[in-house]
Design a protein around this ligand. Structure first.
Ligand SMILES: CC(C)(COP(=O)(O)OP(=O)(O)OC[C@H]1O[C@@H](n2cnc3c(N)ncnc32)[C@H](O)[C@@H]1OP(=O)(O)O)[C@@H](O)C(=O)NCCC(=O)NCCS
Length: 166
């Protein structure tokens, strides 16, 4: 897909971010640790503050946002080279288009600039598409967390994946 761009989101993007986040959680509830109700309960001010002070990114087709992803850098002296990639979502209409790859690439470049040399993520073992995507992007499985989520009595295993970017 042409005309793809990636940039860090700020407080002014709160409406776009919230819309995509809620779409992700309603469409793929099993792919995320957060529930739709938990996300819907957050105030716009709280989200805008987090965008202004954090590292959340959007991928755009022309001026339309089609995907989001966040980087959460660990803060201790001995851990600040690590960051968790989370809340990663590309709208169904933009899946398979290269938008997800562009987003990971943009986030990876920003991570390097922040001194991060290892990206880490959790992904549900049943999420074959996401696992295939992350593997193609350079992540590899390093472990599993049984009972990572419990939903209506159903336990889901998560894969822990890492990508060395240093
Ligand atoms: C995960 C996500 C961001 C990936 O973006 P995408 O645009 O779909 O990814 P791509 O199409 O570039 O790559 C998907 C890969 O999975 C493959 N694939 C598709 N369906 C599959 C399936 N059911 N099982 C295994 N692999 C599958 C595709 O062939 C492709 O691999 P290839 O490029 O080597 O052929 C996107 O699918 C998404 O937002 N999913 C819903 C939310 C989610 O799961 N987020 C991740 C939370 S950890």
């Amino acid at each position: 897909m042409t005309d793809l761009s990636v940039r860090r989101l700020v407080g002014a993007d709160v409406g776009d971010w919230r819309a995509l986040r809620l779409e992700a959680l309603s469409t793929y509830p099993e792919a995320f640790l957060t529930t739709y109700d938990e996300a819907a309960a957050e105030s716009l001010d709280t989200i805008a503050d987090r965008l202004d002070n954090g590292q959340t990114f959007g991928v755009f087709v022309a001026s339309d946002i089609v995907g989001i992803g966040s980087l959460i850098q660990l803060t201790k002296t001995q851990t600040k080279h690590r960051a968790e990639l989370g809340a990663f979502f590309v709208q169904p209409g933009a899946q398979g288009s290269g938008a997800a790859s562009a987003l990971v690439q943009g986030i990876t470049e920003a991570a390097r600039q922040s001194g991060i040399s290892q990206l880490e993520l959790f992904v549900a073992a049943s999420n074959a598409r996401a696992i295939a995507f992350y593997t193609r992007t350079g992540f590899r499985e390093v472990g599993r967390i049984p009972n990572a989520t419990l939903s209506d009595g159903h336990a889901e295993t998560d894969l822990i994946m890492i990508h060395a970017i240093g």
